[in-house]
Design a protein around this ligand. Structure first.
Ligand code: A2P
Length: 314
């Protein structure tokens, strides 16, 4: 049995620039991150923050804000800031903290009630920028969805859906480049199609170079499970037990969950069913009911992340 080390949260910079005083920074690169055949358009966008207070002060796992300057919300008020997870390592894309990146999905949808086209305001604004053009940025924000100061003391199980994988691109680099880091890291990533496996080559290559890193994927719309359900990230807790059980059963393992709101419910339920309720705080009244009888309402209201589990969903 491994002991459970105390998690030391790092001192991180926050709100160096607020919506009232954003900083203007140029975009230096804007690349499509999904394959051409994909119906989803997700972009990897890089900003140059050199010479600003942000330079060298953004940790992997934190977010930056983009102010869609000059645009209006649907009610006619000036557009508000939108937060996006940083996809770069803490040393930046360039190794010096000057270039930072985010992962942006164009929101192209239909309004449910009116059946009219709905375009996400900031995601489309940002996706259309060319290198050399500038945007107004705020941040950074987020203090808890980061690696602990004593990162070497833990193993990591990282779950992501869609653009929720962005923070792990950076966190993984931070971890695997630490000279003393010998513990285990597994990333479980869910996307609708195999054309949407963001940063696939990067994660694959990392898994080849580092035998303490495993990369698992769940593609939801290219075939169903034997019981007729879609393949979601939580199913790896059943399907890939040989990889996940040795990590989950250690006291010094941390779980991070990032992506679609709702994914945490499925993961919480599967953690309990696989005998890992220890990662969760379960209310007294729920403990009297066997887990097979817990419904969605129970999971939403009466189960919370425990000290070793971090959630960032939207
Ligand atoms: P699907 O949409 O097929 O139901 P994206 O954000 O790029 O759409 O990707 C999100 C991925 O997460 C998709 O594969 C999506 O599947 C899947 N997903 C949707 N709802 C959940 C959920 N409750 N738990 C886990 N994965 C989910």
């Amino acid at each position: 049995m491994h002991s459970r080390p105390k998690i030391i949260f790092p001192e991180v910079a926050v709100n160096l620039y607020k919506p009232a005083n954003p900083v203007e920074v140029p975009i230096v690169d804007n690349q499509i991150a999904t394959l051409e055949a994909s119906p989803n358009k997700i972009r990897h966008i890089t900003f140059d923050v050199s010479g600003t207070a942000l330079e060298g002060h953004i940790r992997a796992g934190q977010s930056i804000g983009i102010l869609p300057y000059g645009l209006k919300e649907r009610d006619g008020s000036p557009a508000k800031v939108r937060l996006y997870s940083v996809a770069s390592p803490s040393r930046g894309e360039d190794g010096e903290g000057k270039l930072i990146a985010t992962t942006i999905k164009r929101v192209i949808d239909e309004e449910h009630d009116t059946q009219k086209l709905f375009l996400g305001l900031c995601s489309n604004y940002l996706s259309d920028f060319n290198p050399g053009e500038t945007v107004k940025m705020t941040g950074p924000s987020g203090k808890r969805f980061v690696l602990p100061e004593n990162a070497d003391d833990f193993n990591y199980l990282l779950f992501a859906t869609g653009t929720g994988v962005a923070p792990y691109r950076g966190m993984l680099a931070d971890l695997l480049e630490r000279p003393g880091f010998r513990n285990q890291v597994t990333l479980v990533f869910g996307a609708p199609y195999s054309t949407d496996l963001l940063y696939y080559d990067y994660f694959r290559e990392m898994s080849v170079r580092h035998d303490n890193f495993h990369y698992l994927t769940s593609v939801s719309r290219e075939g169903l499970r034997p019981d007729g359900r879609k393949n979601y990230v939580q199913h790896h807790l059943m399907d890939s037990q040989e990889i996940l059980e040795p990590i989950l059963s250690r006291e010094n393992t941390l779980i991070y969950i990032c992506g679609l709101k709702g994914m945490e419910i499925g993961l919480f339920s599967m953690l309990v069913r696989q005998g890992h309720a220890g990662y969760l705080k379960i209310s007294e009244e729920l403990n009297v009911k066997p887990p097979e009888q817990w419904d969605t309402g129970d999971l939403k209201k009466r189960v919370r992340p425990g000290d070793r589990l971090f959630v960032e969903v939207y």
